[in-house]
Design a protein around this ligand. Sequence first.
Ligand SMILES: [Fe+2]
Ligand SMILES: [Fe+2]
Length: 550
Amino acid sequence: MLPSVEASSCATDDKTQVVLDALAKAFAEPFALVNTDSGDLVYFDHEALSCDLYNRLELLVEVGRRGTPEIIEDVSPLTMLAIPLRCLGVGANLVAVGIFVTQQVTQEEEMAAAARAFGIDVRRALRWSAGRTVWPPDVLLRVAGSALENLTLRQQTSRLETEVAESNAHTEEIYAELDLLHRLTGQLRLSECEQELWRNALGWLASTIPAQCLGIVLRGTIDGKVSDDNLAEWDVFTEGVCPVERDELCELIRRFGPIPLSEPVLLNRAETTLPTWHCPTIRELVCVPIEGSKQPRGWLVALNHHGTTQASFGEFGSVEIQLLRSVGTILGIHNSNLGLYQEQSQLFASSVQALTSAIDAKDRYTSGHSNRVAFFSVSLAERLGLSKADRDTIYLAGLLHDIGKIGIDDQVLNKPGELTAEEFEQIKLHPQLGYEILKGVRQLDKVLPMVLHHHEAWDGSGYPHGLKKTETPRMARIMAVADAYDAMSSDRPYRKGMPDEKLDEIFRAGAGTQWDPDVVDAFFEIRNEIRQTAQVSSCQASLEYEDALS
Ligand SMILES: [Fe+2]
Ligand SMILES: [Fe+2]
């Protein structure tokens, strides 16, 4: 309960101190603070007059309830002002109480009578009142009202500032997450194999998550099917210094719950300092699933927060869980897509190989021709500085360039010896036929110009369109040289392949008439290499460029 004797100043919290400072600034007089719930005097300035608040507690409770400043007692020349502070969020029903002089003291008896009415020591009241500011009661109430308003405004401003700061911090977190996800999704297109995908993801995560180690643990696969039986089959990728061995990490995840674990796990020191925790080198941990089509493909883990020092501990929380979950979902989807893409690529490669075999089967004299033309074209393209993407395209085109022969009469195609003019006209249809066969296949769009134009000539005497010089696409001009070389150098049942000297002579003569002279130059530069390759089986040559099909 309230003491009616002098109390010394006591400590206040920050919010209450702000209120006391504001009141001191407005009135230049000390105040006492009363908690009207408990009846305690929570603050008393030793410069203030000690009065009897105990008998005025009921009045103070009423002021606190009504919520506006009030004069609760006025015995001229002293008055008692009470200011309720509850609306300022100071944490309790506090009321500030101050004693003021309301008129000049001309007679000591008046002051003595007022002091006795307030329960104040008379001699102290007389000393205290000398030179004090005179406050008319109505002015006191106006100043108290505006002080409360100011404090309320300051409090609202402070709350808004806090909200803005929190919002900024949250925005920064969201930005970091979006930035990572943006980089991740942007780079995913470049990941053509799983390992590259996992390693890239860990590298990007390491720049965002404050962890000693980031890891990806993938469930094992046996014959293409996910299996959890043998931890040795699980794959582990890490970035940073992993605080546990590979096997220990797998075992740890298995202990978190029935595999496949599909819910996030968050452990901080509250858990890892328990005697039951068996992995002393791990202090903090987040583990989230990498979503698969039906079950998790594996897990993303962050181990040991970077922010841990001797003085304080960093902890993982909802921010890290959310970020890892987002990444886990994206990786899971991309991984599923990658599987489908690889399946599709294999199907595509098998289809192209089947078509190539069909051409070779149809034209029994030129067995392996398609594979060799593909490989020679790539060698020439490389010498001429074409990009890897273009070299892949020309390889594919080489395999398929004579696909139109499927539509040519077997008798004509396999006729030993010279062809009649009419038969040759039939053979000349194969580029256009090939174009018609392949034009509906979207993945083969880029090879169509080579299929259609590999028999054009530099001087315009070729077929089917009689294009001249650079009117013919460059890759088709390259293929024309590769095609001619294989046709002339290969043995046929009815004739031997041409000797090298004869071939060289033909190419020299045809540069600038039959073929693009630059391509013929490139041919002479790598002629020996091409001749050596021609000795190797076409199968080996094709294997080297098989990725062009995927
Ligand atoms: Fe051809
Ligand atoms: Fe050909």
